[in-house]
Design a protein around this ligand. Structure first.
Ligand code: NAD
Length: 287
């Protein structure tokens, strides 16, 4: 049995530097969807700390904005909260209209909003199927389409980036790992994968980059029951060769990098940030 070194060392929570000196995203505007909690919140703060202006989209939980807005402004960017349902076309268009009105254009979209509605397959209602597809897949389509329209209109602004715009889709390891009891969710993320790659192929000539981040198990409200008790955590770690549950900062760091020119030649790729969850962990001792 491999020893879990993180248990022994009381491994510190992965945190982001509070205000990096190197403001890689200075002068750029980022829209982050579903950003009042979890991964989206961490990405919005990290974009702000890297110097971007941030539109913090949320559907509920606006109390989080009371701390997020001043924190982003402390680091030199501006931040605005905007309530909208990403599965509704007119509301998505309103997010982009607000961003352009406040900041002139949009440079970065982070398609993060998502949810689960779990059920055994033969008990899954059409409403559960439809809700998850509407938010996780159609929501990402609506936001990406609006972003591409804006990026094509604005073109490359050399003073801020060598790309006309960047889109980051928050997908999941379940874009490739089947997931019993979560068929709607896995189908939505599988859809995000080929949507993202097809957009990348079509829009690359316009200097538009789109990539996905595929988180493994990250501690957020979406999956609290999977990590909040020692028993649950022990079960979860069986699926994670790196033997620690992910932190939202693990994802936020990659998002900032994907939004920056440091990753300029990366397009149409899914980056798995999962501690090795996709490595068929069962085969470490069996097979
Ligand atoms: P979360 O529940 O904290 O975040 C999801 C956010 O989306 C919430 O703030 C929620 O209010 C928002 N949202 C839901 N429906 C919306 C809508 N119609 N319009 C706008 N916003 C809406 O959970 P999270 O883990 O931070 O999830 C963020 C993303 O990461 C999701 O796409 C999720 O599928 C993905 N993900 C998470 C994990 C994980 O382990 N936490 C793993 C893989 C993928």
């Amino acid at each position: 049995m491999v020893k879990n070194i993180y248990e022994d060392q009381n491994y510190p929570e992965a945190v982001l530097p509070s205000c990096p000196i190197d403001k890689k995203l200075k002068g750029q505007t980022a829209i982050v969807t579903g950003a009042s909690s979890g991964i989206g919140q961490s990405i919005a703060l990290a974009m702000g700390r890297a110097g971007a202006n941030v539109i913090i989209n949320y559907i509920s939980g606006d109390e989080a904005l009371k701390e997020m807005v001043p924190e982003i402004e402390r680091c030199g960017g501006k931040a605005i909260g905007f309530q909208a349902d990403v599965s509704k076309e007119d509301q998505v268009q309103a997010i982009f209209a607000k961003a352009c009105e406040e900041f002139g254009t949009v440079d970065i979209l982070v398609n993060n909003a998502g949810l689960q509605q779990d059920a055994a397959f033969d008990e899954m209602t059409l409403a559960q199927w439809q809700k998850v597809i509407d938010v996780n897949l159609t929501g990402q389509f609506l936001c990406a389409r609006e972003a591409v329209r804006e990026f094509k209109k604005s073109g490359v602004k050399k003073e801020v980036s060598c790309a006309a715009g960047k889109i980051i889709c928050v997908s999941s390891v379940h874009e490739v790992i089947p997931w019993a009891g979560h068929v709607n969710y896995a189908a939505s993320k599988g859809g995000v994968m080929l949507m993202m790659k097809s957009i990348a192929q079509e829009c690359a000539p316009f200097r538009i980059r789109i990539n996905s981040i595929c988180p493994g198990a990250i501690k957020t409200p979406i999956n609290t029951e999977a990590w909040s008790t020692p028993e649950a955590q022990k079960e979860l770690l069986k699926l994670i060769p790196y033997q620690r549950v992910g932190e939202t900062a693990d994802i936020a760091r990659v998002a900032v990098w994907l939004a920056s020119d440091d990753s300029d030649y990366i397009n149409g790729t899914s980056i798995f940030v999962d501690g090795g969850m996709c490595l068929y962990p069962g085969f470490a001792t069996g097979g």
